[in-house]
Ligand binder design. Structure first.
Ligand code: SAM
Ligand code: SF4
Length: 474
């Protein structure tokens, strides 16, 4: 059901710039964090309530090892009780790096004349998807620069192409998008191609800081970017992802901006963001940044724990921009999706030789270059259940993380069995030896946590997978 402002007789805030920097700074500067208050707020979140801006500011202001530890423990607890031990896996696929914008932090920016510009031809895109399928990937996010060549029609074309590529048992079952924002008509065309989530990161929610970094092209218009997911919603895309690029401005302000964006979407469209991303700036060709805002590892883990508690129903995405040890720690605070086997240089999944990373065709440097199998191996070692599930999207259940969060018993009836089935497929098709053995052990361990009826049906489906059937889900 859609929100109709007239009926609720409150002002229609759709398409309105909703960030008031003074309000956010006032809350950050005037909110005190004492132990009792911090504990109350953690309990509110553990009772599955989204936090207000003021409550988020209290957590931001919490200092001292003990309080920080309580916030991190709260985030861990929330992850455990709400989401369980599954981690959804995906891979990014860069389609083209032409760009008319001039974002000072990005290797693709127009003024970087050394960048080798490339858009994958359909045949090259097909090869990339086949290579990703050969690794066992089922969920991709397609990434594009912002350029007239990457029109809504072109993006929709690439989405359809990707869905059509099948190799052996391989297929891509969910295509998410990270691309420039469009007008309503453009979003509608892309939505019709059957995308999963449409991500647009605001980069920085601070209007003035935004002008420091965005020096050219359409992206320099702060409000066009800020209201982009309103246009996506108006176009019928209700599965949207927000994000901030940490390191451009004060991280505390960006956390408040993300929460403000969340309550704007909730108030206007009756649905919050499906995912929140929190990329931290990484080395890119001729990076042009303000050092004072760089985010330490310790602040980074703090901000992830705060985001988990502030918006308990969203998926949190952590990418290979971060090094394995940072990922290992931060995953515990409630991350629900990570990429594995990531390569961001255009055309590199299918390249015959794994060339050295070359900053001229990639946007920035990643810090976790492990293969998908290595990432899965580590997840299994740490008692996580890797999942390639795409069931909610294909059954028309919008917002997989929201379903997990809001429907009692949903995880045990749907998510865990589907994770088990997609991991079984992965093992049968792409794993061998020790990894396969570890995977089957994890499957058995998770199977016995299910209700007897669901457990038995899941076991039957696993036998069918072993016999060659694919794409079985609840
Ligand atoms: N061109 C589109 C845009 O700007 O929205 C979409 C693709 S852009 C390649 C995806 C995201 O990468 C950006 O939104 C930004 O947050 C992130 N990014 C850009 N430069 C980065 C860097 N040096 N380190 C880490 N992330 C970066
Ligand atoms: Fe272009 Fe996006 Fe990079 Fe900005 S962040 S230069 S819009 S690819």
């Amino acid at each position: 059901m859609r929100f109709t402002p007239e009926k609720l007789s409150i002002p229609d805030q759709r398409m309105k710039a909703f960030i008031d920097p003074d309000e956010l700074w006032r809350l950050i500067n005037n909110t005190k964090a004492d132990k009792t208050r911090v504990r109350e707020i953690i309990s509110k979140s553990l009772a599955k309530n989204r936090l207000t801006l003021e409550e988020t500011a209290v957590l931001i202001n919490a200092s001292g090892t003990d309080l920080m530890e309580e916030i991190k423990q709260g985030a861990k607890e929330l992850k455990k009780i709400v989401y369980g031990n599954r981690i959804v896996l995906f891979a990014p696929l860069y389609v083209g790096n032409k760009c008319s914008n001039n974002c000072q932090y990005c290797g693709f920016r127009a003024s970087n004349k050394d960048a080798v510009r490339k858009t994958l031809a359909d045949t090259e895109l097909t090869l990339e998807v086949e290579a990703l399928e050969d690794n066992g990937q089922k969920r991709l996010i397609l990434v594009y620069g912002e350029h007239p060549d990457y029109s809504a029609e072109y993006i929709a074309h690439t989405v359809r192409l990707v869905y059509g590529v099948k190799k052996g048992h391989g297929e891509i079952r969910r295509v998410n998008i990270n691309a420039a924002p469009f007008d309503i008509e453009g979003f509608r065309k892309i939505g019709e191609a059957g995308i999963g989530t449409y991500q647009v990161f605001q980069e920085t929610y601070h209007p003035e800081a935004y002008t420091w970094y965005h020096l050219g092209g359409k992206k320099k218009e702060y409000e066009w970017r800020l209201t982009s997911l309103d246009r996506a919603q108006e176009a019928g895309i209700d599965d949207v992802g927000i994000g901030a690029l940490f390191g451009l401005y004060d991280w505390r302000f960006e956390v408040m901006g993300l929460v403000r964006h969340t309550n704007h979407l909730e108030a206007c469209y009756n649905v919050g963001p499906h995912t929140i991303s929190f990329p931290r700036i990484k080395d890119a060709a001729k990076l042009n940044l303000k050092e004072e805002y760089s985010v330490t590892d310790s602040d980074f883990s703090k901000l992830v724990a705060i985001l988990r508690l502030a918006v308990p129903y969203t998926g949190l995405i952590l990418t290979a921009r971060e090094a394995p040890d940072v990922r290992r720690e931060v995953i515990e605070y409630g991350v629900s999706q990570i990429d594995g086997g990531t390569k961001i240089e255009l055309g590199s999944y299918s390249a015959s030789q794994n060339e050295d990373q070359n900053l001229n065709r990639e946007q920035f440097r990643i810090s976790d270059a492990r293969s998908l199998a290595e990432v899965i191996d580590e997840l299994l070692n740490n008692d996580y259940l890797p999942s390639f599930c795409t069931s909610c999207y294909r059954m028309g259940r919008t917002g997989e993380h929201f379903m997990e969060f809001s429907v009692p018993g949903f995880i045990k009836r749907f998510c865990t069995p589907n994770a088990i089935l997609t991991l079984s497929e992965y093992i049968c098709d792409y794993a061998s030896g020790e990894l396969a053995e570890k995977g089957w052990k994890a499957i058995e361990k998770n199977l016995i946590t299910l209700e007897p009826g669901v457990m038995n049906t899941t076991r039957e489906k696993i036998e069918k997978i072993k016999a060659g059937e694919r794409d079985l889900y609840f």
